[in-house]
Design a protein around this ligand. Structure first.
Ligand SMILES: [Zn+2]
Length: 359
């Protein structure tokens, strides 16, 4: 049983979430460290905080990360708090590491991107060619997706509908969300070099004792894709098949590449590329978790409007646009919040088990 009702684990702001995470992790005996980011933005401390439980030199490790997409971190933070409250028993050679909010600017400013408008989950390229990949169809849609004026009624729904008829929904969402490196103020911009948040994450991981672990399991928490309150899981692993893990977890798990084909879109530069790059010799399983909110058209409209407000309007956190945007990635109803937390803690305990049983 959780001490608090699950929906109460959701914080109202990044700063509140950070304080709660630091307090509960310290009380539960974690070793704490932090990656400082943009030390002062409007005089606030922005950092990715790291709570390390269990072995300092682990053979097996579970990493639970949240908030690479800023505003999506409200849900990830709540799951992390719940998991700390429910801390699973760890064998002596095992560690559980929580990375709290990989994009603190985005969460604090209710954005999905970092200060340079970069989608950090399209930014992990270790070959410079990755930053030059073109997405030619995106250019044709740029003026529709990223108009250079403040939010206003402009027949977007109708125009989007026409594009869907022309290209098909799947092809259209692939072009839009697959990532692009040409339009700095545009949606799903992947940047031109490794961004400071991505670099800090890389440096920390590269020098941590995780590099010596034999088995690394990563859970990366997102929101906004799939049906309301439903959990979707996408696995990247060289060593383990999605079917094997599905049977073990008693949950539907899709291989990342198949997930791209049926429910979502394929994209390059995601944070799983960071682990693939650094942990090529270890047994690695990277599970992307999505908690669904609203339908894709609702989501695209929310993203487009917030992006217009940020670049061309009066960007205030208490504006109607921002409130609507937050609801798109972290719905206000308690029922959604409960479902997220309950599914999330179940998954963390299953992942610890999977890590500690020997195949
Ligand atoms: Zn996301």
């Amino acid at each position: 049983m959780l001490l608090l009702a699950p929906e109460k684990l959701f914080s109202g702001t990044y700063q509140t979430a950070r304080k709660r995470f630091l307090n509960s992790a310290k009380n539960a005996g974690a070793h704490m460290s932090r990656l400082a980011m943009h030390a002062t933005h409007h005089d606030e401390t922005l950092s990715t905080d790291i709570a390390w439980f269990g072995s300092p030199n682990p053979k097996r490790a579970l990493v639970v990360s949240s908030g690479i997409h800023g505003v999506e971190g409200f849900a990830g933070s709540a799951v992390q708090l719940a998991a700390i409250e429910h801390l699973p028993e760890l064998p002596g050679d095992t560690a559980l590491i929580m990375l709290h909010i990989l994009n603190p600017f985005g969460m604090s400013q209710l954005r999905r991107t970092n200060p340079a408008n970069v989608d950090l989950n399209r930014n992990f390229h270790f070959d410079p060619k990755g930053f030059k990949q073109d997405n030619p169809h995106y250019a044709a849609l740029n003026s529709l997706l990223n108009p250079a004026y403040p939010p206003r009624f402009d027949w977007f729904s109708l125009k989007l509908f026409r594009q869907k008829l022309r290209m098909g929904s799947k092809a259209l969402s692939q072009v839009i969300a697959g990532g692009q490196h040409d339009f700095q103020r545009g949606l799903f911009f992947g940047g031109h070099q490794l961004e400071p948040e991505a670099q800090a994450y890389y440096n920390w991981l590269n020098t941590s004792t995780l590099k010596q672990a034999e088995k690394v399991f990563v859970l990366d928490i997102h929101t906004g894709l799939g049906a309301f309150g439903e959990q979707s899981l996408f696995l990247y692993s060289d060593k383990m098949s999605a079917d094997t893990l599905s049977r073990r977890f008693k949950l539907a798990i899709m291989a990342e590449k198949n997930g791209a084909r049926c429910l979502t879109y394929d994209h390059q530069g995601g944070s799983s590329a960071l682990y693939r790059h650094l942990f090529s010799r270890q047994s690695l399983a990277f599970l992307t978790i999505e908690y669904g909110t609203y339908d894709p058209t609702h989501m695209l409209k929310a993203l487009r409007t917030e992006n217009q407000l940020y670049h061309y309007g009066r960007n205030r956190l208490n504006s109607r646009v921002k409130k609507h945007f937050k609801d798109a990635f972290c719905p206000y109803p308690d029922i959604w919040r409960k479902r997220v937390v309950i599914q999330g803690i179940d998954l963390v305990s299953k992942a610890v088990n999977a890590l500690t049983v020997d195949e």
